[in-house]
Design a protein. Structure first.
Length: 298
């Protein structure tokens, strides 16, 4: 481990013991492995980790997830462990990106999105401080999924599928990014909630991008009263189904599965009250945050 200064979700935390995010792929010995699982039936939570419905005037759907990336992992011993003072295992590369809102940002070019049941991080268990950890904090950065929408043409309503790429991390510096078949060049820092949408209908491809309102991204944290996270951050928090115990004497891998609720995670403000996302009617995304995590291990 080594001590370094780093900025996380808009505030500076000093002298945090941070493991290097570079991994020696040839290193032997048991590892702790983190995998993502997308669950469309898992409970839909709000920012406080409580069950949540759809606000009046909005509609939502459960998208078909393709990829998701994370840029921060922390094991917390108790509910009172302040953010950054637990066992910080991973912090993805960040860049200086000063503007009116922030000074550092996630470097999207160095993010590695993964699919369902794929590994998004691993490290030797010998580098993890032995102890009992009751909580997991994971900061998510980027997501890509397919969703259904409707549009009107020639007085008729048609239904199609498009792909949304959205940046739910606290801030992100983006050179360019691929939505589906098309890419968008940005070369600028973007606030949490920036998105791009692509669709192909009758052989014609259309892409648009936009920005969700400030504070609209849901980040479930049931520990808000005991260990709050900064406003505008991206750290999703949840208790392990059973406390994670690291002895330091493990002879086999520990596999942590982070089950992510995608239940109606794409939400928009309705202009036409019909339950269909209709961008041609001026309906725009207002929330793209995941709806909670359930971490387990074996």
């Amino acid at each position: 481990m080594k001590t370094k200064f780093f900025a996380l979700c808009g505030f500076v935390m000093l002298s945090v013991m941070l493991f290097s995010c570079k991994k020696d792929e040839n290193e032997t010995g048991p590892k702790i492995i983190f995998k993502m699982r997308f669950d469309s039936t898992q409970q839909r939570l709000n920012n406080l980790g409580q069950p949540a419905g759809i606000p009046a005037g909005n509609a939502a759907q459960t998208p078909d997830f393709n990829k998701l990336s994370a840029h921060y992992i922390e094991l917390a011993p108790t509910a009172f462990t302040a953010l950054g003072t637990g066992e910080v295992l991973y912090l993805a590369p960040e860049v200086n990106a000063p503007n009116a809102q922030f000074t550092t940002a996630i470097d999207h070019a160095k993010c590695t999105p993964v699919g369902n049941n794929e590994t998004f991080f691993s490290m030797p268990i010998k580098d993890v401080t032995p102890g009992t950890y009751e909580w997991l904090r994971v900061s998510l950065a980027y997501q890509n999924y397919d969703l259904k929408y409707a549009f009107e043409y020639g007085g008729q309503t048609f239904y199609a599928t498009g792909t949304l790429a959205s940046f739910i991390g606290y801030n992100t510096y983006i050179t360019s990014y691929q939505i589906n078949q098309q890419s968008i060049t940005v070369n600028a820092p973007k606030l949490q909630g920036y998105w791009g949408f692509e669709t192909t209908v009758a052989g014609f491809t259309t892409k648009i991008d936009g920005q969700a309102p400030s504070g609209a991204i849901t980040v479930p944290n049931p520990l808000f009263s005991s260990s709050p996270i900064p406003s505008g951050s991206c750290v999703v928090t949840a208790a392990f189904t059973q406390p994670l115990v690291v002895t330091g004497n493990e002879t086999e891998d520990i596999v942590v599965t982070v089950s992510i609720s995608t239940n109606k995670s794409f939400e928009w403000n309705e202009v036409v009250t019909d339950g269909w996302y209709q961008p041609d009617k001026g309906e725009v995304p207002v929330d793209m945050g995941v709806r909670g995590i359930v971490p387990s291990w074996q």
